[in-house]
Design a protein. Structure first.
Length: 453
């Protein structure tokens, strides 16, 4: 790609998006007076400025400037059921009419736990309120069960914002160290060095590196991983990789946690556990599981979860099992995301991948389409990305950001940033999927053209 052409298109598209979202810009200035960067969460701080959303319905969202978009962002992968799904809205409304909070157990939580246990093939479930809480609880359970403080994580993976996992999330390539023994790189100030020192980092898709790391670090008792890496686009596991991880960790007595916050309820009813048939010791869930409400959940084996029953491990939370969240999750899991819904997501995902791959091939883009079911993306990489290091070597952030601008300027709401992917919903029509593909083709045609923007 011609860098000057890409830069020219970027400036044109940035100016167009800024001019279409002037109320968002004004709202940002107001918000900055009371919120750092003017947003509730730092990932929302993206150029030209955050896009403030007013409402959504089905596959559509509207911003405060009244621009209408088809939503492929879907709240970082939460809204696979579509916005304001009537079944879920009715369930939440009915629950709200009976009381929004009790900090006491309710019958609905039993149904949700039973369904999650069935889907993910693990017998016991405890609720939390976010993916961060779910992975925090899972690691605490793993440490208690193994009797070891050390944790191994995958280089380039994000598991929430508690101290243990804020290590080597997006490390600078200059600081990563050797692939055989990656450095521990803090993701934020304010994390004690003692926490960082307890983490061992290994590359994804490399069982030999995991074996070597566990042999060299006998103080490691817990491993947490995204079984499909979704923090750097979409990076699937190589054939046999997850099975090898399961065997290696079991042999070393290491508790294996699958972080299925993004994959759970999106790539299959039972996430990676169902799609790949590998069952870890613990699963952390959130996002789509709650039908658009804040939720977290930890699923585990009888032995590990018995530590909660015996009070060896404390797992608490005022809002755990909140009636509004449980009502939404119950409706989502037992009424909305049924077999027909997952068949549709699978079909839609294949349509998106085929359409985008065809465009990559026809226009000679240094990119490829990859994904499964509701999750997918175009990886702007000249070579296949198999782990974080190959991502930093091959991924083209400039092309990816330009593609985001094209979609935002043509009625397609997409996740900001180069490390994310689209999430499809059951509300998307074939026509809306084809519109996404058509916008991507316009981007491809413009970026490969030798004419002026």
């Amino acid at each position: 790609m011609n860098p000057e052409r890409v830069a020219q298109l970027r400036e044109q598209m940035l100016a167009r998006l800024a001019s279409r979202t002037e109320k968002s810009r004004a709202m940002l200035e107001q918000a900055r007076r009371v919120m750092p960067a003017g947003v509730p969460s730092s990932f929302q701080d993206q150029p030209p400025h955050p896009i403030y959303v007013s409402h959504g319905k089905g596959s559509q969202v509207w911003d405060v400037d009244d621009n209408q978009y088809t939503d492929f962002h879907n709240g970082f992968g939460v809204m696979v059921m579509g916005h304001a799904n009537p079944t879920i809205v009715e369930a939440i409304s009915r629950a709200a009419g009976r009381g929004t909070h009790f900090a006491a157990p309710g019958e609905c939580a039993i149904r949700v736990a039973t369904e999650l246990s069935r889907r993910f093939r693990l017998p016991k479930v405890r609720f939390a309120n976010s993916g961060t809480e779910a992975t925090l609880d899972a690691i605490r359970l793993g440490r208690a069960f193994s009797g070891k403080d050390g944790v191994v994580k995958i280089e380039g993976s994000y598991h929430g914002h508690h101290d243990t996992v804020m290590v080597s999330v997006a490390p600078d390539p200059q600081k990563m160290g050797p692939r055989s023994s990656p450095n521990r790189v803090s993701y934020s100030a304010g994390i004690p060095q003692a926490h960082i020192d307890l983490v061992t980092v290994v590359p994804y898709n490399d069982p030999d590196a995991l074996e070597a790391a566990l042999q060299a670090n006998p103080g490691v008792g817990t491993m947490i991983m995204e079984p499909v890496m979704l923090n750097i686009g979409v990076v699937p596991p190589k054939p046999g990789y997850l099975e090898a991880v399961r065997e290696i960790t079991a042999r070393h007595g290491v508790v294996l946690i699958f972080d299925e916050v993004k994959t759970g309820a999106t790539i299959a009813a039972g996430g990676v556990v169902e799609r790949f048939g590998v069952v870890p010791d613990l699963v952390a869930l959130a996002k789509a599981t709650g039908g658009g409400t804040p939720i977290g959940a930890v699923l585990g084996t009888e032995e590990i979860m018995a530590q909660i029953t015996s009070k060896k491990v404390t797992q608490v939370g005022t809002f755990n099992g909140n009636p509004l969240t449980m009502a939404a999750a119950d409706a989502t899991l037992t009424k909305v995301l049924d077999a027909k819904a997952y068949a549709r997501l699978e079909e839609a995902g294949k349509r998106m991948l085929a359409g985008c791959q065809d465009i990559c091939d026809r226009y000679g883009l240094p990119a490829y389409a990859v994904g499964m079911s509701a999750k997918g993306c175009v990886m702007f990489a000249s070579q296949p990305v198999v782990d974080y290091r190959s991502y930093t070597e091959y991924f083209d952030d400039d092309l990816n950001y330009l593609a985001w601008l094209y979609h935002m300027n043509h009625g397609v709401f997409m996740t900001p940033g180069g490390d994310e992917q689209w999430t499809l919903s059951i509300a998307h029509t074939d026509e809306e999927l084809d519109h996404y593909i058509a916008v991507f083709e316009q981007f491809a045609a413009d970026v490969t053209s030798t004419g002026r923007a």
